[in-house]
Structures are given as C-alpha cells and as structure tokens.
Ligand binder design. Structure first.
Ligand code: SAM
Ligand code: SF4
Length: 441
C-alpha cells in the first residue's frame, strides 16, 4: 500500500542536461526539507515531472504521464509540473490536469521549500518566473547521482530568440554566475572525488562573469586547472559567441576535452537568417576551420533542424553539403516542431510532416556513413577512457574518450577496472556510434 502521508517524492525528468542537473538540485532541496526520494510513483506521496517543451512530442509526454496516473489522486497523492512546460503553460495546466497541485518554472525553484509547506496544507501553488528575473538557482543541496562526473550550470536563460525556439520564453533572460562561485563549486567537487566537470548553459559560451574577472575561455582554463580535475566538458556553444580563445584554451590546458558541440541548425545562409541565428554558413565554417587546425584533434558535434518553414530542397541540400564538409563526429537531427509564442509559428510554407521525415532520414543515413569513416580513423589508436560501467550481457566494459565517444572494451579478469577510473584502451574496431577495443595492461 502506498504511503501517501509520509514525505516521499518521485521525480521524473524530461529533456536536456540542464533539466537533469536542475532535477539534481530539486532533489537535494526536497531531501533537505525532510522528503525521501522513492523509485516509483506508487510509493510516492508527491509526484513531480521536470518537463521539456522544446518540441511538441516532449511536451505531450508529460500530459500523457499526468493522465496515466490521475486515478492515484484518490489515494491522496499530489502532482507537480516543473520546468519548461510549467513556465510555458502556467495555470492552464490546472484546467487540463485538475489533479495537479504545483506548477513551477525553473527560476522559481528557490521558492520550493515554501511551496511545499503550502501544498502540504492542501493548497495549490504556482511559481511562474518573470522573464526579467536575475535569479540563478544556486543551492548547497545538489544531489548528484554520478559520483565521478558532475554538472555545473554557469549561465541560465537565453537572449538569442531564434525564430523556432521556446527557451527564451521558458527559461528567462541570460544570467551568469560569478566565476569565483563556479570555481569554488569545482574545488568542492574535486575534494569529493569528482574528476570530470561539465559546464552547462543553453549558450554556455555566452557566459559573462558578473564580477568581470574572467572570460568564458579563462573560466574554462581555470576549471581545468583545479587540482584533481582530469576532464572538463562544456555544452552548448552558440556559434555567434564562439571565439578563437576557446580553441586556444583547449590547446593550452590538457584537461579540457577534445570535443566541441556547436549546433549549426542549417547549412543555408537564407534559412539561418530566417531562423534568426545571427551567423552565416561561412561564419560558421570559419569557426570549424579554427577547430580543424587546433593542436589536438577535436571531435565536433552539432544539432540540425530539417523542414524549417520555407526550407527548399536546394536549401536542405546545402545542409547535407555542410555535413560533408565538416564531417561531424555526431549530430542530433530534429524535424522542425512549431512551438507556442515563437515567431516561426506565423511563417508560411510549412513543410509536410512526411517530407520532414524524409529529409531527416536522408540526413541521418548520410551522417552514419560520415561517422563510420570518422570512427575508422580511431582504430589502432590507444585512447584513455573514463570507465562508466559494464555491460554484463556482453561482458564488455563501457568507457568514454575525451572526444566523447563511447569505447566498449574487453579487460582480462586479473585487471578489473573500477568505475570512474581512467584506463588506456587500444581501439580494435568501430561502428557509426561507438568504438570497440581492448584494455592495455
Ligand atoms: N542554445 C543551443 C543553440 O542555440 O544551439 C540549443 C539549445 S536547444 C535546447 C537544443 C536543440 O533543440 C537546438 O539546437 C535545436 O536543434 C533543437 N530545437 C529547438 N527548438 C526546436 C524546434 N522548435 N523544433 C525542432 N528542434 C528544435
Ligand atoms: Fe533556443 Fe536559439 Fe536560445 Fe539556443 S540560442 S536556446 S536555439 S533561442
């Protein structure tokens, strides 16, 4: 029988790494308030969904979940919607799902302790953010799930307003933490045994230290120089704010990983302009050129949208030719999804869904071949990996290279690698999405 009177909660997270990390902070905050996290909805008194509204499918998922578990309200369970859908839909959620008691956008999480008191008293609460908020959600109570690799959000929100994107509406204006506080958190994490740090932001490289002490590239370098830190990653970078100093920092500081995620969205300057991306194809390719001549080989990944309103076949082919030119190590391809409040909603020449699916399939197929070729270059090399776990069924260990590639490897029984440790692996084969190898003893 479920314990709905005890202070227990279940939290499910949808969407990006920022959401995953927000959830770690929400969990820490709830635990500090005397709540206990439980692994199933059935065991929980409070059921929370940290939501994503970047594409229509992501948004629908949360409403399906709420519908699936509505009947549990009769057992006294309470429901909450956090994050981007909460911020976007606001109190309309109460109309669509009347069993919900809490609707809270990400910049209001600092008010969660007071909100919890109210919902415990049987009230409904709404915490919606003002787009102009200056608040960052900094808390001492982050419940990080991975003991070796940890996220740190350095900048929240977005001021770019790409024509298709909800983020500026759901996450408010751009606001950065001080570089001193980021470094203090890195040192604390290093003391706790973390060796890999991932700096996060919707546009991580638009970072501006409010104290004016360090640029983004300087902060990257400083995080990479904290004793105990072996790897630093950062995501997501916006091409407009991507300076050569970032590559210089990667060249100079060995702990900065050999990987840059630089979303292009389209290979056509006309479409990029309609998307309000603030750069041209050539400007984007100039940044790729800086990476290609870096001292270390940098793996490059990207996000691409197909079927933006008005995208012609020739413009789609420009995206394909850009992919051939850059030779990405990986891409996330998306079909354009019309989103509330965004300027592209009113644009004409919508592309039929079947055509968007076709373009996505053509692009993904081409990209698979590029990745096969890219990964083939790694065969025969000895690469350092962080051990992430073991696939018992296959008897293989799972490792991650500095280029962010998955390298599954065999190790002999006498040399069992510890999760979180770093070992050398010689690469013996490859697939489009992973490498295989053998541990070097
Ligand atoms: N700030 C990052 C940038 O500008 O590249 C991206 C952050 S966004 C959360 C992640 C990705 O979702 C975007 O790069 C884009 O490819 C995709 N995306 C955002 N809005 C979308 C939409 N309306 N339809 C399809 N894909 C979308
Ligand atoms: Fe969305 Fe554009 Fe901001 Fe990225 S830069 S979060 S795509 S509005």
């Amino acid at each position: 029988m479920a314990d709905s009177s005890g202070k227990t909660f279940y939290l499910e997270t949808f969407g990006c790494q920022m959401n995953v990390h927000d959830s770690e902070k929400v969990i820490g905050t709830l635990v500090a308030e005397g709540y206990r996290q439980v692994p199933t909805v059935e065991e929980a008194g409070l059921i929370l969904y940290n939501t994503c509204s970047i594409r229509d499918k992501a948004e629908q998922k949360v409403f399906h979940r709420l519908a699936d578990y509505k009947k549990l309200q009769a057992q006294g369970k309470r429901f909450g919607v956090l994050g981007c859908v909460a911020q976007q839909e606001g109190e309309k959620i109460f109309e669509r799902a009347p069993h919900v008691s809490i609707v809270c956008g990400s910049a209001s999480y600092r008010n969660l302790p007071q909100m919890l008191i109210q919902i415990e008293a049987g009230k409904r609460v709404t915490g919606l953010d003002d787009r102009e908020t200056d608040q960052c959600f900094e808390t001492e109570f982050t419940a990080r799930t991975n003991p070796h690799r940890g996220y740190i959000t350095i900048i929240e929100g977005c001021d770019k307003f790409c024509a298709y994107c909800v983020v500026p509406f759901t996450r408010g204006k751009e606001r950065s933490r001080t570089s001193d506080s980021v470094l203090a958190e890195t040192r604390q994490m290093a003391d706790l045994g973390y060796s890999e740090i991932q700096l996060l932001g919707q546009n991580v490289n638009s970072y501006k230290d409010p104290a004016g002490k360090r640029t983004f590239a300087e902060l990257l370098a400083a995080v990479g120089q904290v004793p105990g830190i072996k790897r630093v990653r950062f995501t997501t970078s916006h091409p407009r704010d991507f300076g050569r100093d970032i590559i210089e920092a990667i060249d100079a500081v060995p702990t900065l990983c050999d990987h840059v995620h630089l979303p292009v969205q389209s290979g056509s300057t006309r479409v990029l302009d309609a998307m309000q991306r603030l750069y041209t194809r050539d400007q984007y390719l100039e940044r790729i050129g800086w990476m290609k001549v870096a001292r270390r080989e940098i793996s490059i990944t990207s996000d691409v949208i197909v079927g933006f309103p008005g995208e012609t076949e020739a413009e789609f082919e420009e995206t394909l030719s850009l992919l051939q030119e850059v030779e990405y190590d990986g891409i996330f391809g998306f079909k354009y999804s019309p989103r509330p409040n965004t300027p592209s909603l009113a644009m004409e020449d919508a592309i039929p869904d079947a055509e968007k699916s076709r373009r996505l399939a053509v692009m993904n197929e081409m990209q698979r071949e590029i990745q096969r070729k890219r990964n083939q270059n790694q065969v025969g090399r000895t690469l350092e990996v962080m051990v992430e776990g073991k696939n018992e069924a296959r008897g293989q260990w799972i490792g991650r290279t500095t280029q962010n590639k998955t390298l599954n490897f065999a190790a002999n029984k006498a040399s069992t690698p510890a999760v979180g440790s770093y070992v050398n692996v010689v690469t013996t084969g490859c697939f489009p999405n992973s490498l295989i190898g053998e541990m070097v003893v």
